[in-house]
Design a protein around this ligand. Structure first.
Ligand code: UDP
Length: 300
């Protein structure tokens, strides 16, 4: 993704650009000759994940200020990474998820339409598929989410379809599988609070920051009894965002992509990989299944 391959430089508003996937994407946008401008409310994002020269607005996507930013910065395209993404929490507090992930995104889209910013890249999720009927999961697999988090993302996908037809907005919706990894220089990576994701928790257990890792279910109908997931590197996810920038120039374009590797790995395989790389044991205990976890998710 050298800069020379991308001839048109865009002003890209990266909403949630101080978060995990967003911050990696900001780096690639800058490296490929685009001009990223970040908007983040810093509820989960980290200001330190961004270089000081990146224009930064500490704001919320539902704020009126967004329209001023879209106009003043002459934004060509919006990438929207800002969302709450804890499946369990979404079951306990659905209103929080509907307001933040669905309603706030509609505010952002309305601001874009008012300002005639007509290119949008949306972070959707494999959680929109629910328990898949067939694995690997293709883009046209039926979407029946089993938790509010997945539903709020699907609601936005559906709204985008209608908004695009009515206004000519062009968009790409990326269904992420399991984002993993850190930038190669090690300066940014996964940094959630609270942390609930397998790989950072396994690493913490290996280096003694946590007493052990709980394996959340050992009786799934999979080869080793633990869940299968498609872990895709955060820089590969980011690359998809760069590639899609120049595919949104025709009004009304609608693109849906599953972003994964097509290769599933079990929880035990991830633990083994952490042990191999670190040379340390990962102390583990067998725990119960987590509500809302499908046995196997893998992208086609
Ligand atoms: N998992 C686990 N122990 C943990 C956290 C996660 O066994 O402490 C399992 C979880 O059940 C799932 C896989 O690891 O099968 C990936 O979970 P993660 O939370 O990283 O991502 P998700 O699939 O929920 O997006």
């Amino acid at each position: 993704y050298e800069a020379s391959r991308y001839k048109v430089s865009m002003n890209v508003l990266v909403v949630g650009g101080a978060g995990y996937i967003g911050s990696h994407c900001v780096r690639q946008l800058a490296a490929t000759g685009h001009r990223p401008i970040v908007l983040d409310n810093l509820v989960f994002g980290h200001r330190g994940a961004l270089l000081s020269e990146i224009p930064f607005y500490h704001a919320d996507i539902a704020d009126d200020e967004v329209e001023l930013i879209l106009k003043n910065e002459k934004i060509d395209l919006v990438m929207h990474f800002a969302a709450f993404a804890y499946v369990g929490e979404s079951v306990e507090d659905p209103l929080k998820y509907y307001f933040n992930n669905s309603v706030a995104t509609l505010h952002l889209l309305r601001s874009m339409v008012r300002c005639k910013v007509m290119r949008f890249v949306f972070s959707s999720t494999c959680a929109t598929f629910g328990i898949p009927e067939t694995v690997p999961i293709s883009e046209d697999h039926p979407q029946h989410p089993i938790n509010p988090y997945g539903q709020t993302k699907l609601d936005v996908e559906n709204a985008l379809n209608h908004i695009s037809r009515a206004t000519g907005m062009s968009f790409a919706a990326f269904r992420y599988f399991n984002a993993a990894g850190a930038s190669e220089d090690g300066t940014i990576g996964e940094d959630h609070d609270p942390e609930t994701h397998l790989i950072p928790l396994a690493i913490d257990a290996a280096v003694g920051k946590r007493p052990h890792l709980s394996i959340l279910g050992t009786d799934y109908p999979t080869p080793d009894g633990t869940c299968l997931r498609d872990y895709v590197h955060v820089d590969d996810l980011s690359r998809a965002h760069i590639v899609v920038c120049d595919k949104l120039n025709t009004p009304g374009t609608q693109l849906f992509y599953n972003l994964g590797t097509g290769r599933p790995h079990s929880v035990l395989e991830i633990i083994n990989a952490v042990e191999t790389v670190s040379g340390k044991k990962v102390p583990r205990v067998a725990g119960v299944r987590r509500a809302g976890d499908p046995p196997s998710l893998c992208a086609d």
